[in-house]
Design a protein around this ligand. Structure first.
Ligand code: SF4
Ligand code: SF4
Length: 312
């Protein structure tokens, strides 16, 4: 006998659906400091260019929220030690924020703190992270720089752009609630290299080289952009994937329509959209003002045709 389908769970489904509806498209306006330590520069370019729509289930989005909720508790834990912890800038009432490269690169600090037992007179950038049990064990054994280089890079950027030279990394194990507390020293040279990397990504008209040409390489298997990068899947259609767009100081510019583009306009794109040629898995054989002709790997031609498209 065929197995009976699972009974519907409307309340559970509605909770997850609400998380999914709240999230929106998930595209960030800027290249995030939390990402800049990624191993693959090409993946950063795809992030910045909104090439792939990331779709997370309601359950995963709720898990992300758990990480955010943990922050308030960790602030309270640090205060229990006598430390002064500021989650927001008292002058603005908002999260501490750092920016560079005309606003195209930046991030928000979890907090800054002074009065820590290890160095009471020194202000620290504070970064909170939650870990699985396996990741937490690795962190304890190797330290954040080796175990979580992306988190280390994020703190280096925050220290560099705030002018602070110490950070406090506070990690919690999601399985046991054990804590890991580690001080990190500023490495100015590393921060400069990371800033250079961010600039390269922002200014690049074409995607940087792949970290591996083998789609089964472990970092590619876990990459959000694998389908676009290795499998010839179509990139998202928006201004960031359009060959007419350029990131300028303070915003994005459309060369076809000669106008600046706000976030909503970038998301909407327009009928004159033409893909950055590297996002099409074919060879350019002809082009005009509003079209590009590609020879595809199977020998057929594909015309990215915006001749009848309406500008926004
Ligand atoms: S699939 Fe691999 S090469 Fe492509 S962007 Fe991702 S990590 Fe980089
Ligand atoms: S041509 Fe249209 S899609 Fe392309 S950058 Fe300009 S407004 Fe955006």
């Amino acid at each position: 006998m065929a197995a009976l389908p699972n009974p519907p769970k409307p309340t559970l489904s509605a909770i997850y659906a609400a998380y999914e509806a709240e999230r929106g498209d998930g595209f960030r306006d800027h290249l995030g400091a939390s990402l800049i330590g990624k191993s693959c520069e090409r993946a950063l370019w795809y992030d910045f260019r909104w090439a792939t729509l990331q779709q997370f289930s309601g359950r995963i989005l709720r898990l992300f929220e758990t990480g955010n909720l943990e922050e308030a508790r960790l602030v309270r834990n640090l205060r229990m030690t006598g430390a002064t912890v500021l989650e927001v800038d008292p002058e603005t009432g908002r999260q501490w924020r750092v920016e560079a490269h005309g606003g195209h690169f930046g991030g928000s600090l979890d907090a800054v703190a002074i009065g820590l037992r290890e160095a009471p007179k020194t202000w620290h950038v504070v970064e909170f992270k939650t870990h699985s049990a396996k990741s937490f064990r690795d962190l304890g054994a190797k330290g954040v720089a080796v175990s979580k280089p992306q988190h280390w890079a994020q703190m280096q950027i925050y220290m560099h752009l705030t002018g602070l030279d110490r950070a406090l990394y506070v990690a919690v194990c999601k399985d046991t609630d054990a804590l890991h507390v580690e001080r990190v020293h500023a490495d100015r040279a590393a921060a400069e290299r990371l800033l250079d990397r961010a600039r390269r990504v922002i200014e690049a008209k074409r995607p940087p080289s792949r970290i591996s040409e083998d789609p089964t390489w472990w970092e590619c298997r876990f990459c959000d952009h694998r389908a676009v990068c290795h499998d010839g899947a179509a990139a998202e259609s928006n201004c960031r994937t359009c060959l007419h767009s350029t990131a300028l100081e303070g915003g994005w510019h459309c060369g076809r329509l000669d106008r600046m583009l706000d976030g909503a306009a970038q998301r909407a794109g327009c009928g004159k959209h033409l893909f950055v040629p590297d996002l099409v898995p074919g060879e350019v054989v002809d082009a005009g003002e509003d079209h590009v002709v590609y020879r595809m790997p199977d020998g057929t031609q594909w015309v990215n045709d915006a001749r009848g498209g309406a500008p926004c």
